[in-house]
Ligand binder design. Structure first.
Ligand code: DGJ
Length: 705
């Protein structure tokens, strides 16, 4: 056995690494069932004319000092005692290798630059490959690290990139670019995961789709600045690169100090994007999520769009009463409960109950909520301060910034410097007191401003701030392990695997417009399973788009995630409330399937339609959402694809607006008499469908009989 080749494998994926000299991946793709060491021979590259005289590999941390001429995995320098700029082109040699069937780690040394590089790879049973690097300074003079990012190679046929972009109320939009010469590159400098550039990317064979094509999927687990890149070299080799984007001078390593990258999560699928989705969801469910309460995910009511800053405890109690009647299980008071918080311009930082609004305290409201058999949750935004707050007046020096400069506020607020230990302790104590004094089972933890000139004692501090934020949650959770936390950041500005290790739900978007949500939720679903995707029924007229939607689209769109409602139930008519109750009931009927099953989207020739579902071995729930006017006068049949060809299935329309049923002169007869079909027919021939009105949805249940 050639000890230089390492084969990591899961049920469907192989990763072959050549560890000689500097480790490089020779193969990453469909599982090799007959692996042998000739893999090193078959992958040996030719050396072209008019180039360097030897082959230069794209290693696990590409080095330009080796002669690669690409975006390097590591960059940095040190100033020697006599003022020279040195060690800016390190080249590493492997000194230690450890591996088994699922993991490999390498220690590599550059004796001249006096740097030690460690590379760790782990292939999870879900098929997801995790990769991280760390570099240690072995010299006396500090090493100024400007870049250490994770690199994974891709084959020549990976020539299309799907990237993610967005903005407030429009998260997780996708964009396709073809990867020919040069690179696709995207930098997020907003100091949080961001709405703009989610650190995820899919690269695949041309035209890859939900169900077809080869795809390599990537996600960087990090809530600060990030860098996403996919580069093609002039020889056609290509690689994906992701890492933390460091500010100038942000990471200087003293002798013996090291820097570790955030983890890169990556997986391969030969079954299109659905294969990526399945692997990421499995990984999240088995390795990342840790619900303190193992019960089913409770249905929420969040007060924000219902009452905004107008808090009247008696009225809130009425809201809770109405919420309980429609089936809500967790009631959350959003922004506006603390002293002086009458609008968005003041009070952040003063985490004490506003006695003017709540003269009898918060307890009577919480007791009322609990008596109705609901859990109580509260909104906080700990990292922030308004200049108009007692905290800022007392401690202006706690603001994250650089002395002497003015920085623009955002939503009239600034960041607090979490690396300032007094400030950290103050925030910990405030949050701890809330959790100790009140029966709070849930924090909605918001973060509404980006980081401008993030300086801690003058030094760049996005990384430090991000790590301190993690620590604040970790310390709080240690003391209050039963409390669940939602990660919110003006909607979906802080959604990633690293924050999910310490939180339990995401507020996907401030946009509750169900039509927009169809796209946002689809984008998010490539990485995150439904049970962490906060999805609420908003009011008839959306507060962010002014579009109006019937309860059918709102209800079906919300019930596919971690469901909630975001409105004032007191103001809604009894008729409308019974409709909320209907969709909450449906969610509960399918909740265990939705929150444990395999999510998939079906390719459709008509792009005005979103067809998606969730399945377990014997059951499937399918949603057919008509986003706009259908392209054709007759709808394309639905080929289910993922049913067991050997089984028989009962097909039933669970929900479809009565008015839409009248759209066709004659509907397919299966719609009215729940029918039984074979998995093979449903998969290959397909189920005929009526056309649907724009902005309506149909819910179909398919059960093995
Ligand atoms: C932004 C969040 O995304 C909203 O859901 C709400 O909590 C507001 N902040 C409150 O200020």
């Amino acid at each position: 056995m050639n000890m230089d080749t390492i084969h990591l494998f899961s049920a469907n994926t192989s990763v072959v690494i050549l560890s000689k000299s500097a480790p490089q991946i020779l193969y990453w793709g469909e599982k090799l069932n007959h692996f042998d060491e000739t893999v090193a021979l078959i992958t040996e590259r030719a050396v072209s004319q008019a180039r360097l005289d030897i082959d230069i590999p794209v290693t696990l941390c590409p080095e330009n000092g080796r002669g690669l001429f690409s975006t390097a995995g590591i960059e940095g320098f040190r100033i020697s005692a006599d003022g020279r700029n040195l060690d800016w082109a390190p080249v590493f040699e492997t000194t230690e290798v450890e591996f088994d069937d699922t993991s490999a780690s390498f220690t590599c040394i550059d004796d001249i630059a006096k740097l030690e590089l460690k590379i760790a790879l782990y292939l999870d049973t879900s098929g997801v490959l995790r990769k991280s690097l760390s570099v240690k300074n072995l010299a006396v003079e500090p090493y100024h690290l400007s870049r250490l990012v994770n690199t994974l190679p891709l084959p020549h046929r990976a020539n299309e990139v799907m990237s993610f972009h967005g903005r407030w109320s429009r998260e997780f939009q996708t964009q396709r670019v073809s990867l020919e010469h040069g690179a696709f590159s995207q930098d997020n400098r907003r100091g949080r995961t961001s709405h703009e550039y989610f650190p995820g990317m899919m690269v695949g064979s041309s035209g890859f789709s939900e169900q077809t094509g080869e795809v390599w999927g990537f996600h960087l687990a990090w809530s600060g600045n990030n860098h996403v890149r996919c580069e093609t070299k002039s020889d056609g080799r290509r690689f994906a690169q992701m890492g933390e984007l460091l500010l100038a001078g942000e990471t200087s390593l003293k002798n013996g100090e090291s820097y570790s990258t955030p983890e890169l999560y990556a997986c391969y699928s030969d079954k299109g994007l659905n294969g990526i989705r399945t692997q990421f969801h499995r990984l999240v469910r088995s390795e990342i999520l840790n619900f303190p309460n193992k019960a089913l995910r409770p249905v929420h009511l969040n007060t924000w769009e219902g009452i905004y800053f107008e808090h009247d405890p008696d009225y809130i109690k009425q809201m809770a009463t109405e919420a309980a009647k429609i089936g809500v299980e967790r009631f959350i008071i959003d922004d506006g409960w603390f002293i002086g918080r009458d609008g968005e311009r003041a009070a952040l930082g003063d985490w004490f109950l506003d006695k003017k609004k709540y003269p009898d305290g918060l307890e009577p409201v919480i007791e009322h909520v609990n008596q109705l058999d609901m859990e109580f949750g509260l909104w906080v935004e700990p990292e922030m301060v308004n200049p108009d707050s007692n905290l800022f007046r007392k401690h202006p020096e706690w603001m994250l910034g650089i002395d002497g400069y003015d920085q623009p506020s955002g939503r009239y607020q600034y960041l607090l410097d979490l690396q300032n230990s007094d400030c950290f302790t103050y925030l910990f104590n405030c949050l701890d007191a809330l959790l100790t004094d009140y029966n709070i089972g849930y924090f909605k933890w918001d973060m509404n401003r980006e980081l401008v000139q993030p300086g801690h004692e003058g030094a760049p501090a996005v990384r430090g701030q991000t790590l301190a934020y993690y620590r604040l949650i970790d310390e709080l959770s240690k003391k209050h392990p039963k409390v669940e936390i939602e990660s919110c950041s003006s909607g979906g500005g802080r959604i990633d695997f690293e924050v999910l290790k310490r939180t339990h739900r995401f507020w996907t978007s401030d946009c509750n417009d169900a039509l927009e949500r169809q796209t946002i939720q689809k984008g998010m679903s490539y990485f995150f399973p439904p049970e962490v995707m906060g999805a609420h029924i908003g009011p008839y007229e959306s507060h962010t788009t002014r579009r109006r939607h019937d309860i059918n689209l709102r209800g079906i769109t919300a019930l596919g995630g971690h469901m909630g409602v975001e409105l004032d139930p007191v103001k809604e008519s009894d008729e409308e409330k019974s409709r909320f109750a209907h969709y909450i009931e449906l969610h509960k009927r399918f909740r265990s399937l939705l929150h444990s099953g395999e999510v998939f989207y079906l390719d459709s020739n008509d792009t005005t339609r979103n067809v998606y579902g969730v399945k377990n071995p014997d059951e499937m729930l399918l949603t057919v959402c008509q986003l706009a006017m259908p392209d054709f006068a007759s709808a394309e049949p639905i080929r289910f694809g993922y049913l067991d060809a050997e089984k028989m299935y009962q097909v039933e329309v669970v929900d479809f607006p009565a008015a839409s049923r009248k759209l066709m002169k004659v509907n397919p007869s299966w719609m009215d008499n729940s029918s039984i079909f074979s998995g093979e027919l449903l998969n290959k021939v397909g189920l005929t469908m009526p056309i649907q009105d724009p902005e309506t949805a149909m819910l179909i249940s398919i059960k093995a009989v």
